[in-house]
Design a protein around this ligand. Structure first.
Ligand code: BTN
Length: 251
């Protein structure tokens, strides 16, 4: 984000948590926290995010959008789309999005996004948009090999993280402005769907209390994943509550 404060840490528990601390002290929209290493990196669905000091990007952005709380999860898709778009401009043409917000290269995860919303009564107080990108890591722990990759491993090139980060913030600022204007994702729906790895694939929809198989079609203008059930019924799956995985594995 242009002219916004970027707070840099060598080591921190979690950049998302730090943004929450700063936000509660009144930090402005657009504040960015970046860390070299996280000791308690957070992932989606209560999981942790491995965050060694190994040439990666761990970054969170403080957003204070004036939108209804139900619309805030769309920001996750906006950020995923922006990171993917920047990767494409950096020559990483085969980047794909696993709905709603994982970025995938050669079938392995290269980037994860965690957005957390804080309410003030019924209104959005702030949203933390956190992004972890495996940039220059050359080795993963055994349990992640086969599931995770890095830009270095995919391209054979060491990436300048500062430049990559600047590009992401710049593109995100532009796309964020479109989102707050339209309050939907119509402006990126088509481009997002072109990068969607799930399109046409059979997925397992994981709802809080049940799972079912369906064929993914693409996102609608609200960022919901349209799936077609075995009975031929089309359903819109909401990103705030549900995630999907491939029937045969991660994608
Ligand atoms: C996921 O795919 O599960 C989401 C991972 C999000 C990780 C990033 S790293 C920067 C920010 N701080 C955190 O604690 N998590 C996010």
């Amino acid at each position: 984000m242009e002219n916004k404060e970027i707070v840099y840490y060598k080591k921190i528990d979690s950049t998302n948590t730090e943004i929450c601390r700063l936000a509660s002290k009144g930090a402005p929209h657009g504040t960015v926290v970046v860390a070299e290493e996280q000791t308690a990196g957070k992932g989606r669905r209560g999981r942790s995010w491995e965050s060694p000091a190994d040439g990666n990007i761990y970054m969170s952005i403080l957003l204070r959008p004036k939108v209804e709380p139900e619309k805030a999860p769309m920001l996750t898709l906006v950020l995923a789309y922006c990171v993917a778009k920047v990767m494409q401009t950096w020559g990483i043409a085969n980047v794909q999005i696993k709905w709603p917000n994982d970025l995938v290269l050669s079938g392995k995860k290269v980037c994860g996004i965690l957005t957390e919303m804080h309410l003030d009564g019924r209104d959005v107080d702030y949203v933390v948009a956190g992004v972890g990108i495996n940039v220059n890591t050359q080795h993963f722990p055994e349990e992640l090999c086969g599931k995770a990759t890095s830009l270095y491993l995919e391209t054979g090139k060491t990436i300048d993280r500062r430049l990559l980060l600047e590009d992401i913030l710049h593109v995100f600022e532009l796309e964020y402005a479109c989102f707050v204007e339209t309050e939907d994702l119509s402006f990126l729906q088509e481009a997002y769907n072109e990068m969607l790895i799930n399109a046409g694939a059979e997925v397992c929809v994981l709802e809080p209390d049940r799972e079912y198989r369906a064929q993914a079609v693409g996102i609608n203008r609200n960022g919901e994943l349209i799936v077609r059930t075995a009975q031929g019924e089309e359903k819109a799956v909401y990103a705030g509550e549900v995630s999907v995985r491939g029937v045969y594995g991660y994608v």
